[in-house]
Design a binder for this molecule. Sequence first.
Ligand SMILES: [Zn+2]
Length: 445
Amino acid sequence: MQEGAELIPSLSAVAAPGGLIADDVYCAFRDEIVAAARATEPDGIFLDLHGAIASESTNDCEGELMTALRQVVGPSVPIAACFDLHGNVTRRMMEASDICIACKENPHSDYHLAGDRAAELLVRTLRGEIVPVSSAVWVPAVLRSKLETGSGPLRDLHALRSRLMVEQRSVLDVSLFNCHSQLDAYPGGQCVTAVADGDPGAAAAAAETLARALWERRTEFAPDLPSLDDVLTDMRSGKLSGRPVILGDYGDRVLAGTPGDGTYILRTLATQWPELRVVAPVTAPDAVAAAKIAGSGGVLTCSVGGAFSPHEKPVVAEWRVGRLGDGNFVQRGPYLAGEPAVLGDCAVLHSGNLTVLATSRPGLTQDPEAFLSNGIDPAHYDVVVVKSGFHFKLSFSGIGPCIAIGTPGLSNVEGGMFPFRKRQRMWPEVADLEPELTATVFARR
Ligand SMILES: [Zn+2]
């Protein structure tokens, strides 16, 4: 490391979004990281975390991990953490750490910059150049749409965030966490954090200013995704002329934890525009197993998809089996560039205008390599469906127009598929909420 620090790695683990982590797995991972801190007695701790991990026994895995680390290293060893901006910031996370910051962009193109910033602040703390003081304001609001940071209200709010750091030089970071609307964990909602150099008033003021600006604009985040009909109308009229059109299946986002077996777009295009060449990934383990028996070049009649998501329907057809594969590939990025991904055993199935990338596991398909590694060139299609709402716009950039559309499914933009039992009461479910939006300051030194 250029600052002259010796890095002592502990554990790195990644999982696709989904249900709760089994407790034995989570506890083993937590204990391994804590044991590494105990054994090595580090001068400082750097954590690269998502921020919304929940296990069978706790909704606050990161907070529990950070608290356990604090107990091991004592009060004087600085702990810095960088998070995905969709993290669910808890009081325990703030109490246990010195520096908590989020990435700033959705789609996420700046994980590395957030990590650099957290590491830089940690090193400056160790050198005695700064004394970090943190603050947090929790904003009890569910934001369902307009969640990209390069446009709409979040673009303006991030411009304000940047100005706050310029105007008050003691403010070292301001982060805006947009917790997932469907996460059922306390507190949920939004959180603004700030880190200032020895200046609790500045940390509090920066977080409160941004939190109040977010609250003022909360009604602008109402669902407004285009429908499949909207896109087809634009394609027919020539208003949308680029090919292939990359459609983000917002209601069935595997990156939001869905099964990835939604077939709404496939079924609609098969009946409404049969000359349009369409390729879509669908989680369909039974179809993959049947295709492996039929073999490449074989023909079979079976249903594809609609087996796991409630209210979904399968596509039943006679399929010609194309390539069979093991589903392992490396993402080209820029989102998650170089990271391995797993689709499980795969079968490419053709029927009429439809090509299905049948996977045996819900797979990350926001990256072109998911298709290319299975012999599917997106350039040969009019429509490419991906199970992603944001990040495909980074990785499919330059291949065709990228549009997230409102579709049915467990991650649909309107929500309402599950009752919430754990998160705090939030706007707009509670219409007359009037939160104080005052900062809590966390000054550990
Ligand atoms: Zn995220």
